[in-house]
Design a protein. Structure first.
Length: 177
């Protein structure tokens, strides 16, 4: 097994192997929580983390089984990085609903070409769980995929990085990049 080989295909500048984004582009670990305020307080107190403003959005997402739908998400990120902690409360009754435990949900990577990376991972046996757009429109905002062994990855459009940096600095996540 060659752990250090870089890709040579379409995604060679940003991936290891042929399809997985480089861990140098890992920027967050998302934790699914039931009580966002309690998790923020606990992680702030115990890990010394401070938090960006809480985001509440009705987010249109595309899912293979149901197509396009809108879900209500509430989340925040730690201001401290370079790998940030995301706390996210998914809607009650959804497949992402939390438990009474804080647990890792996915690892988030900046990605330059979400459509091509998604297609490459699907060809390797990964499953698309949900995305910002239907596959026919090529993924442009984000996509969450899972590997056959259960590794869950969020690809986030790298063009939006400046919005996140503005948010972590105390500004708004919404608005132009």
């Amino acid at each position: 097994m060659n752990h250090a080989r870089r890709g040579t295909g379409l995604l060679a500048d940003t991936v290891y192997g042929e399809h997985i984004p480089s861990h140098t582009r890992l920027f967050h670990v998302a934790n699914r929580v039931d009580d966002l305020d309690a998790a923020m307080a606990e992680m702030g107190r115990c890990a010394g983390l401070t938090w960006a403003s809480i985001e509440r959005q009705s987010m249109p997402v595309w899912m293979p089984d149901t197509g396009l739908k809108t879900i209500e998400l509430v989340w925040t990120y730690s201001i401290e990085g370079p790998v940030h902690i995301e706390l996210v409360k998914f809607p009650a009754g959804s497949i992402w609903e939390g438990t009474d435990l804080v647990n890792a949900h996915h690892f988030g990577y900046w990605c330059d070409d979400i459509g091509a990376t998604t297609e490459a991972l699907l060809a390797c046996g990964w499953s698309l769980e949900f995305a910002g757009n239907p596959p026919s429109e090529r993924q442009s905002r984000f996509a969450i995929l899972s590997s056959p062994s259960g590794y869950r990855m969020e690809l986030v459009n790298a063009r939006g990085k400046s919005r996140y940096e503005r948010w972590w600095a105390g500004g708004s996540l919404l608005g132009p990049a």
